[in-house]
Ligand binder design. Structure first.
Ligand SMILES: [Fe+2]
Length: 256
């Protein structure tokens, strides 16, 4: 029985992985590929900072919705790890894994405050970052899809979206942005702190491992629907793609 179940899980995992690995936002992200070349101007870096801050800040709303809609206490707690860390509770090591349980809250550890420190040398302050009103239509479409799909009440759809987001994030876009930012920093902005970007890159592999366990857990939940999981994954990746395609279209010197 167990053998049959494991085979079904592995077959399904292979389908989910193929969907993520083959999606254009993973295989062909024109914006991050360009950004990695390090030729972005100050204005282009500022635009990225503002749009990323809107997504990153509004992501907290989607994460809270995911926690509220969690289908089990375990899922509720996993969601809270991400939510509270996002808000400024520092992870601490506990028997080989990281947790916010017993961790310490610091205002300055909120990911949004890291972005504020990043924005400073670019001339961006609290009044320039993180609010819905600063988002372009494509950024806001992505944020709304996060609420709708990632925060879905349907656990199969929500888990699919989670799986997609974590695997997309682990697939390399942080490294491409970091490469471009390092070049920009070296060229004209020596005081630019890159901690927001490098920290996220480092934890990404951890996150993706979490989500692999989540897939196994979700698969065992009565009522789990593989087709809805895959739909959630695909719709979420389509939303992510709208965000990056928007940034690509906003580049004034496209083609360079
Ligand atoms: Fe974050």
């Amino acid at each position: 029985m167990t053998v049959v179940t494991d085979t079904a899980l592995e077959t399904f995992r292979a389908r989910a992985d193929a969907l993520v690995a083959g999606h254009p936002v993973v295989t062909d992200n024109a914006y991050t590929r360009w950004f990695a070349r390090g030729v972005a101007t100050r204005e282009e870096v500022r635009h990225l900072a503002v749009q990323f801050s809107v997504f990153s800040h509004l992501f907290i709303e989607a994460q809270l919705r995911k926690v509220i809609n969690a289908s089990s206490l375990d899922a509720y707690r996993s969601g809270k790890e991400i939510l509270l860390n996002e808000l400024g509770v520092v992870f601490r090591a506990d028997h080989g894994h990281s947790t916010v349980d017993g961790g310490r809250f610091r205002f300055g550890a909120a990911h949004f405050e890291w972005l504020l420190r990043f924005g400073g040398p670019l001339g961006l302050g609290f009044d320039d970052l993180g609010k819905r009103k600063y988002g372009t239509p494509s950024t806001l479409h992505f944020c709304d899809e996060l609420l709708r799909v990632y925060g879905s009440e349907d656990p199969s759809i929500a888990e699919g979206a989670s799986y997609a987001v974590e695997h997309w994030a682990a697939a390399g876009f942080w490294k491409e942005l970091i490469a471009g930012l390092q070049a920009f920093k070296a060229r004209e902005c020596p005081d630019l702190p890159l901690a927001f970007w490098t920290w996220h890159d480092e934890v990404e592999d951890d996150h993706a491992a979490h989500t692999a366990d989540e897939l196994a857990d979700a698969f065992d939940v009565p009522g789990f629907d593989g087709e809805r999981f895959l739909r959630g994954a695909e719709e979420m990746l389509d939303g992510v793609q709208v965000f990056w395609d928007g940034l690509e279209r906003d580049r004034p010197r496209r083609g360079s």
